[in-house]
Design a binder for this molecule. Structure first.
Ligand code: ADP
Length: 745
């Protein structure tokens, strides 16, 4: 009995890996994923605590494909649901979501799918579980597994409590047979974990806690700089990468947005003061890579699944470490190198205190928030490894140095700034009473300002002793002194600078002041011409398919292609993130681009296989793909010849009077590929001496409309044409019409 069970679970584990490989195109589970999936496949309840970007969705999507019956995924956010379903449908998993954006007819259709057994995963918001229509559905289908995403919403101690999460437990109780139940969250506190187990009615679940470290995110804290200049410089260096800039207030978001637009940086923005329409449009523009820079308050980000965010910049220090870590966690979900940059100035503490003050009337909560603000401030002032500080704060043991934060980094020359520090401090000392930074700067720079004269500061010995500093540089230097607590900064109605014990030690020459040279901005992703070309192709396909580019392929996949140069379909299938369906759908187009690049740059490629399992090989149906995979190991030239054969096959089918649509279906290639075959044939000087049947793709009326628009906007680019025609005309229609025009057929 025991043996059988072990054998069964081994089989199930193998099956899980096969699914991961075939559908997602990944070769192995990440740390944590395997154990959680195994536990669910054993039929046990489970709680999984994983950081943002840790890979929770695969932990329930893969078992959903194995467990018998329907899997219901409870998810709190409408936007997240749609994105997740889009992504898994695109890799061939039968799934759907139900939420308030759907019409009752659409919901009916989904119910029918579920009833006929043609649906594996159904995403719903918790409120839906309470409706009689939904209860009626689940009384008729077998629900084998319920996965609860963002499970901390059930706890009032979590940061986004949702009453309807409390209903999940009785919903599960209503089901005819009790399904396996697994809960997922990124919130790690004990109280929340206990609430999840109790309030969701989990049965003796194993709790899996993955490490909270996000190794691929470099943590930078930058002090004493001109923030705007720094950001502009950084964005210009990383113009092709997507990033979020968080600012503390709406006003600041708007002001940054205006200033960056003035500097020709294309960016979008998000905060609670914008209309619903504008917010969702701006969010979509960012997710679809139409704008790379998003400037936002912390209202932005929940439910954003975009995996290729390369940086998160905090224009102000956030008010607690929880929020900060959640926000920087939005960078690099795809596991690629990313950066978190916190731009600190002492005034940020003042801003956050003010925000807490006006936002919270409950005294106990206010005190708690002040405490958290103090922890955040301590993190910023810490001289030790920032990662260590954060992970320890979340209760995780971490004793090493990460070598991937600005405190660990050895780069940056240390320079002795004791003399300049003494000049500033002695000026403060001589001014007797406390003044603001502006008076101090004006005095040190020898300003002719009336106020300075009225105060008599032009007679101080320190008057004008720092003329060699520009106003901005001196301001930054004073901020840096404050950041290192060599000078105190008192907030209040009129913030002032003041000496402290450390200042006195420096003035007396007992302590020296050494600062690291101000960090320079740098480029996160190194240039690779092929990567850029692949990214353009991805954008083109995403536009045709009306999906965000990351759904086509992730950055990690493009990067791997641009470094390994796959030349055959089989080689391409060895790239992480290339699953079977995507290989079929997009493979040819990506290979074309790689082949052209390899040939024109005369690159010698020695391709080595990495993925252990190749589900493609076990496909016994003889398909077009098999023909391609048998070309394993051929050179670029031979492969081109193979391609030649491939396009000739299309021409032969056209000669046999098959329509474009039928050829695309029959060969499992896209309409665009069929068009490119036809065009290739003509480009090689062949006469199109056969008739081509376009009728099932493009009607005469559509063709006329498109050609009218072409007269107006030209035929160089598809987008301007698409923008002028109504939605029923797709990119495929436009391509076909242009092809007909070019070939005069
Ligand atoms: P979470 O929901 O925990 O924030 P996701 O499920 O969105 O994280 O996963 C984050 C990213 O990691 C996604 O782009 C996903 O495709 C990728 N990923 C997950 N598991 C693996 C794996 N085993 N191998 C490679 N990439 C993975």
């Amino acid at each position: 009995m025991n043996l059988d069970f072990n054998k069964d679970i081994t089989d199930l584990n193998d099956k899980a890996l096969e699914i991961l490989n075939k559908y997602y195109g990944y070769s192995s589970f990440r740390a944590g994923q395997k154990q959680i999936i195994e536990e669910i496949l054993k039929g046990n309840d489970a709680v999984a605590i994983m950081p943002t970007g840790g890979g929770k969705s695969i932990c329930y999507q893969v078992p959903a494909m194995i467990v018998e019956g329907l899997t219901i995924v409870v998810s709190p956010l409408i936007s997240l649901m749609k994105d997740q379903v889009d992504a898994i449908r695109d890799i061939g998993i039968e799934s759907a979501y139900i939420n308030s954006t759907l019409s009752s007819r659409e919901i009916d259709e989904i119910f029918q799918l579920a009833l006929s057994g043609n649906l594996k995963i159904l995403y719903v918001a918790p409120e839906r579980l309470e409706t009689s229509q939904f209860l009626d559905l689940v009384s008729k289908v077998h629900v084998g597994f319920v996965a609860i995403d963002e499970a901390h919403c059930v706890s009032q101690w979590g940061h986004d409590f949702r009453t309807s999460y409390r209903f999940i437990k009785s919903f599960i109780g209503i089901l005819k047979t009790r399904p396996i139940v697994a809960a997922f969250t990124a919130t790690a506190t004990n109280e929340v974990r206990e609430d999840i187990i109790k309030l969701l009615g989990l049965r003796e679940p194993k709790v899996f806690i993955s490490g909270f470290d996000r190794e691929n995110i470099k943590i930078n804290v930058v002090k004493g700089i001109n923030k705007k200049k720094y950001i502009v410089d950084f964005i210009k260096k990383n113009i092709d990468s997507a990033g979020i800039i968080y600012a503390a207030t709406r006003k600041e978001v708007d002001s940054l947005y205006d200033q960056f637009n003035d500097k020709d940086i294309s960016c979008t923005r998000y905060h609670a003061g914008l209309s619903d329409d504008e917010r969702s449009k701006n969010q979509e523009d960012f997710v679809y890579d139409r704008y790379n820079v998003m400037i936002a308050t912390n209202a932005f980000g929940m439910g954003i699944d975009k995996p290729n965010i390369r940086y998160v910049i905090h224009y102000n220090m956030p008010k607690n470490i929880e929020g900060y870590y959640q926000e920087i966690g939005r960078a690099g979900r795809d596991g690629e190198e990313s950066e978190a940059i916190l731009l600190f100035s002492p005034g940020d503490i003042h801003t956050q205190k003010y925000i807490i003050d006006i936002g919270t009337s409950n005294e106990a909560r206010k005190a708690n928030e002040y405490k958290k603000l103090q922890n955040m401030t301590d993190l910023v002032y810490s001289n030790d490894c920032y990662r260590k500080y954060i992970l320890n704060y979340f209760g995780e043991q971490y004793d090493t140095h990460c070598n991937n934060c600005s405190n660990c980094e050895v780069e940056g020359e240390l320079t002795n700034k004791t003399l300049d520090a003494q000049k500033v401090l002695s000026c403060v000392y001589r001014m007797k009473r406390s003044y603001g930074a502006t008076v101090l700067i004006d005095t040190l720079r020898g300003s002719e300002n009336k106020k300075i004269k009225d105060l008599g500061f032009h007679r101080l010995t320190t008057y004008g002793i720092m003329r060699d500093y520009s106003k901005d540089d001196l301001k930054n230097f004073i901020n840096t002194l404050v950041s290192h607590r060599i000078l105190s900064y008192d907030e209040g109605e009129y913030p002032v600078v003041r000496l402290n014990e450390k200042s006195m030690a420096v003035l007396r020459g007992e302590e020296e002041v050494w600062f690291k040279e101000i960090q320079k901005t740098s480029k996160i992703v190194e240039d690779n011409a092929l990567f850029d070309i692949l990214r353009n192709l991805r954008r083109e396909i995403a536009l045709e398919e009306k999906v965000p580019p990351y759904i086509v392929f992730g950055d990690a996949t493009l990067k791997e292609i641009s470094g390994r140069f796959p030349e055959t379909m089989e080689q391409l299938s060895d790239i992480s993130g290339v699953g079977e369906l995507k290989l079929n759908k997009y493979g040819e187009r990506f290979l074309d681009v790689v082949l052209e690049y390899v040939e024109s740059n005369k690159i010698e490629v020695q391709f080595e296989y990495k993925k252990k399992e190749k589900s493609i090989k076990s496909n016994d149906e003889p398909t077009d793909l098999d023909e391609e995979t048998s070309k394993k190991g051929k050179t670029a030239k031979e492969q081109k010849e193979g391609k030649k054969k491939s396009y000739m096959l299309t021409i032969e089918m056209l000669r046999e009077n098959l329509s474009l649509l039928n050829i695309a279906k029959e060969r499992e290639i896209t309409i665009s590929t069929v068009c490119s075959h036809l065009e290739q044939y003509a480009l090689e000087g062949n006469q199109i001496d056969f008739s081509v049947d376009f009728s099932d793709i493009l009607s005469k009326e559509q063709e006329i409309v498109i050609l009218e628009v072409v007269k107006e906007v030209g035929a160089d680019k598809l987008k301007p044409i698409k923008e002028k025609v109504d939605d029923t005309i797709t990119y495929d229609h436009i391509k076909v019409a242009l092809l007909k025009k070019r070939l005069a057929i």
